[in-house]
Ligand binder design. Structure first.
Ligand SMILES: NC(=O)c1ccc[n+]([C@@H]2O[C@H](COP(=O)([O-])OP(=O)(O)OC[C@H]3O[C@@H](n4cnc5c(N)ncnc54)[C@H](OP(=O)(O)O)[C@@H]3O)[C@@H](O)[C@H]2O)c1
Length: 258
């Protein structure tokens, strides 16, 4: 599927444009092979990229179509994409709804996250219908332009992962805020509490890039010191179950539609 024309409906939006820019920067597509559509037909993309106001025109000129509009905007979208692969980035919209609204048989659902901005998204993707090896490799390489990616075996994985990896910085942000506010409650000056919490989430998170988290916890528990006491207390209070229930609550929203 090299040198195919790729059309992104919503390619001037927050997610769509970040992906478009990464695809161009990495040379995955040339500007002449990229088409963007939105309602105004204008956008701030590099020279050579065509921006259209007509979604159907984009579909007609594209070999593959990416849908990067909001789910509520999808309800008003009218395109006939019969015979073309459609890649949906929309959360909570099942394959059958995308097939019914576009006529496309080959639908791929993918769920990047906000880290596309720094090209460190984790993007699971699911293909409904059989996908040739070459096409599968192309989709994988497309999402590797914004980080790492995996093909997943069924559609429910996408709905569950929408509430896990799709949330991007949400959980680290929650942890950082909780650490900072609890430190303030314990009497630590606010500015110091903020920096300490940031050091844990951002600095500690970067360390995990090169370490297995299970081994890291085992090593820290083996010290039987301050860190072990904090970890043990959180574990005994059911932190894993709290996280599990929270992610399931998000997944239920993804499963039942937005
Ligand atoms: N943000 C995330 O972290 C994230 C993560 C995973 C998945 N997603 C999914 O990504 C999708 C896009 O989210 P976003 O945050 O990028 O939204 P956004 O910034 O609002 O972008 C929406 C884009 O769609 C265009 N658009 C809206 N209605 C249109 C229509 N009828 N025809 C053509 N273009 C239209 C908009 O341009 P005009 O207004 O100019 O038409 C804009 O370019 C959502 O479905 C979301 O579920 C987002």
């Amino acid at each position: 599927m090299n040198n195919r024309t790729l059309g992104i409906i919503g390619g001037t939006g927050w997610l769509g444009q970040a992906i478009a820019e990464a695809l161009l920067d990495s040379g995955f597509v040339a500007p002449s092979e990229l088409l963007i559509a939105n309602r105004s037909g204008t956008g701030d993309l590099r020279p050579g990229v065509r921006v259209l106001a007509d979604n159907q025109q984009l579909v007609g000129l594209s070999d593959i179509v990416i849908l990067s509009i909001r789910p509520q905007q999808f309800r008003e979208l009218k395109i006939d994409a019969r015979g073309k692969p459609v890649i949906s980035l929309m959360a909570g919209l099942p394959v059958e709804a995308i097939r019914a609204a576009t006529g496309a048989e080959q639908v791929i659902r993918a769920m990047p996250n906000a880290a596309v901005e720094i090209r460190q998204s984790y993007t699971p993707w699911y293909s409904a219908g059989s996908l040739g090896a070459e096409q599968g490799e192309w989709v994988q390489r497309l999402f590797e332009c914004v980080g790492t990616a995996d093909q997943v075996p069924d559609e429910d994985c996408i709905d569950y992962l929408s509430a896990l990896s799709g949330t991007g910085p949400a959980f680290p942000a929650l942890l950082q805020r909780a650490l900072a506010s609890q430190a303030v409650a314990a009497g630590i000056p606010a500015a110091i509490a903020e920096r300490a919490a940031r050091g844990v989430v951002v600095g500690g998170g970067q360390m995990l890039a090169g370490h297995d988290p299970g081994q890291m916890i085992e090593v820290l528990m083996a010290y039987r010191g301050v860190t072990a006491a904090a970890l043990q207390s959180m574990t005994e209070q059911g932190i894993e179950a709290i996280i599990g229930r929270g992610v399931q609550a998000g997944a239920q929203v993804a499963r039942h539609g937005l």
